[in-house]
Ligand binder design. Sequence first.
Ligand SMILES: NC(=O)c1ccc[n+]([C@@H]2O[C@H](COP(=O)([O-])OP(=O)(O)OC[C@H]3O[C@@H](n4cnc5c(N)ncnc54)[C@H](OP(=O)(O)O)[C@@H]3O)[C@@H](O)[C@H]2O)c1
Length: 226
Amino acid sequence: MKIGVIGTGSVGRTMAARLAELGHSVNIGTRDPAATTARTEPDGMGNPPFATWHAEHQDIALATFDQAAQHGEIVINATGGSGSLAALTAAGAENLQGKVLIDISNPLDFSQGFPPFLSVDNTDSLGEQIQRAFPEVRVVKSLNTMAATLMAEPKQLAGGDHSVFVSGNDADAKASVTTLLESLGHTDVIDLGDITTARGSEMLLPIWVRLMTALGTPIFNFKIVR
Ligand SMILES: NC(=O)c1ccc[n+]([C@@H]2O[C@H](COP(=O)([O-])OP(=O)(O)OC[C@H]3O[C@@H](n4cnc5c(N)ncnc54)[C@H](OP(=O)(O)O)[C@@H]3O)[C@@H](O)[C@H]2O)c1
């Protein structure tokens, strides 16, 4: 399948690499490919410069946001939450129209330092904001409640025995995303309901960041026992 990944941070890179490894044709999108390629310093999270990563993943084409969206039959939003609406606007409604958009972003505001707070919560969510801004796109919120490496390779923790959520208005889109998640190794996909249920998964982030501090690692996940 052709997949367009919007975002070059650790989520974009990790998901792009894993999906390419599984045989998908993947483009990874950035605002300015030349500027992204020219960076020589690690990013704010300590990830190596994009070019270092890309040298080992030359099967993945670096593209602009709109080219990556155009390429994808499924598109993944892996941009910082404060920039997601701008990034998807640059990707172009016409390139996203009718497609499944897997929204991994979180509305985290780091302006007051760490821990971040949610810039939208309780009565709205970033997933809903994206769905409202792009009514012709089939938005499925998923994977935002775990570290990038676990999104892509869940079996590295507890044999994959942990949970992932999907929220979205379109049942067929959620079924497609569930199939893709299962191909990555996810075994417990929980359908929370329509896109308003993204409020629930996004509002897990305040506890997620505190668990990361308490446990001293991002390699953990929620397992819903029932
Ligand atoms: N890191 C994790 O393990 C993890 C886990 C769960 C969820 N998430 C969520 O996944 C998303 C991606 O996280 P990340 O850590 O991979 O990367 P990130 O640093 O949060 O985002 C990097 C991407 O966002 C784009 N971007 C940032 N500001 C923008 C703006 N104003 N306009 C347009 N694009 C903008 C950047 O574009 P350029 O390429 O042009 O620089 C880059 O591609 C975030 O929403 C995060 O909360 C992350």
